[in-house]
Every structure is written in structure tokens, then in C-alpha cells.
Design a protein around this ligand. Sequence first.
Ligand code: NAP
Length: 289
Amino acid sequence: MARVGFIGLGIMGYPMAGYLAGKGGHDVTVYNRTAKKAKKWVEQHGGSVAATPKEAAIDADYVFACVGNDDDLRSVTLGDVGAFQSMKPGAIFIDNTTASAEIARELETEASNAGFGFLDAPVSGGQAGAENGVLTVMVGGDEDVFARAKPLIECYARMVGLMGPCGSGQLTKMMNQICIAGLVQGLSEAIQFGRNANMDIEKVIDVISKGAAGSWQMENRYKTMNDQFYEHGFAVDWMRKDLAICLAEANKNGSTLPVTALVDQFYADVQKMGGNRWDTSSLLARLEK
Ligand code: NAP
């Protein structure tokens, strides 16, 4: 049993911290900016509540974070009451936020100067993956630090991979999001096309999902897209945050991402339609407006 701190009990963090306590049997101290979520978590899972990230990290062997973006991450780590103010030497900080590779490298340098480990470990699999403890976790960092943290990450994951040095987890997540952007637009266009051609969408998907067009998005989203239901899943606002990270990184490494840039603008249209919290499959709503 390890002493664990967990910062950020959002849609993803709340169940992930739950698996560390329940499945892992670890002694978990949670911090959440909105305190009532932390109180609810402790009522459900035991453990204790910390008033600040700094307090959550005191004496912890492992500290996890799952917050929104680079700025949020900077605040819960390097801020006045950030976790890095109290991480003990030899401990490991595991960041599950989807953030830039740049901040991962910056935080690893800070961590290594202070004598503790850092891993960037963004996740994929959505709310359902977090709630069922079957996330895919893409990790960047040192091999020995990874080896020590892996058994804990496995509490909430089905697949955990060390992708390379620090920042590689975030770069892997960027590739993941680049793949998804074009794919969801393609699926949206096909469904709109099928409806206009008076095809039975269910029947078509049943057949083509078994062939070369099949994908997670097709399997898991075609029904809700066909029902025009978007009040669930991975929010458009989060996707735009992720695509901005991808486009900035592409600018730096000399890649051209024309489809990703275009789909990013399509998501801006969805935001204008009021779809900030809609699932990313709402690209279809934009085509049908
Ligand atoms: P969420 O439900 O909005 O939760 C965000 C969490 O971060 C909340 O606990 C929030 O606290 C906390 N937070 C945000 N800014 C903070 C700050 N400045 N200081 C302290 N705490 C702060 O988001 P989520 O869906 O769990 O996503 C978390 C991360 O996982 C994001 O980077 C997202 O891109 C990534 N992700 C999400 C999904 C998904 O399907 N949702 C899938 C893969 C990856 P409050 O409760 O006080 O707001």
C-alpha cells in the first residue's frame, strides 16, 4: 500500500482516484478546487481530503494530477500552494492531464532539480474508460521511474505504454487526437450522405463497420449521431484545447496538418451553435444545421 495524493476530481480524475483506493488499496488523499467534490469522494471511497495541492503531496510516495490545461497544471504544481512545494525526494508525480509536451519537460526539470520523478501520462478512453478503469495511458519519462509507477497506473488502465522520454506521452496523445479529428468528420459526412440518400444507417454501419471503414468512433458513436444526441462524451471545448496543442507542436516540428486545422475550425462553428459541452461527434450537427 502506497501513500497517494490525487489532484483534480473531474469527470476523469474522480473515478481514476477511486480505482487507486478501491482496486489498488492505496491510502489516497484527494484535493479538488471545488471542495464539495472532494468531500463526496471521501464519503464514497475513504481516505482524506487536503485543503491544497501542497497538502495533498506531503509524505506522498506518488502524486497524480488530472486537471484541465497547461495553466491549470502549472498552478497545481508550481503555484504557491502547488504540489511541487512539498513533494518528498524519491516520490513520483504522474500527470494525467492532456497538456503540451513543453510543460511536461519544464515540470520534469523542476522535479529532477528537487530530487523527485515526473511522468507525463495523458489518457484516452473517455468518461466510460475512466469509470470502468480501462483507460489507455501514454507515458513519457525515465524507464526506472515508469517501472515504479506502472503498477499504480494499472489500477485505472487497460493499456499502459512508455512511449519515450518526458513529453512523449503528450506527443502520443497529440497523434491520437490528430487521427480522431479527421475520422469524426469523415464519419459525419458519411452519415449525412446516407441519410440524404435514404439509406438505413443502422444497416449500413452494421456491414461497413466490419470492413476497412470500421473504427472506435463508428462503433461507439454512430447510434447517438443518428439520434442527434450530443449531450455526453468528450466535450468540443476540450477537443479544441487539444487541437490547439497539436497545431502549435506541428508549427514547431515542421508538420503540416491541413485536415486537423480545418476540423478545428469546424469545431469553432459547433461552439458558435452552443455546442461547447457537446460530444466531438457533433460535427454532424454542423453539417445538418
Ligand atoms: P473536468 O471534468 O472539467 O475536470 C477538471 C478538473 O480539474 C476538476 O477537478 C477541476 O476542479 C480541476 N481544475 C481545473 N482547473 C484547475 C485549477 N486551475 N486549479 C485547480 N484545479 C483545477 O475535466 P475532465 O473531463 O476530467 O478532463 C481532465 C483532463 O483529462 C483534461 O486535460 C482533458 O482534456 C483530459 N481528458 C478528458 C477526457 C474526457 O472524456 N473527459 C478524455 C481524455 C482526456 P473543479 O472541480 O473545481 O472545477
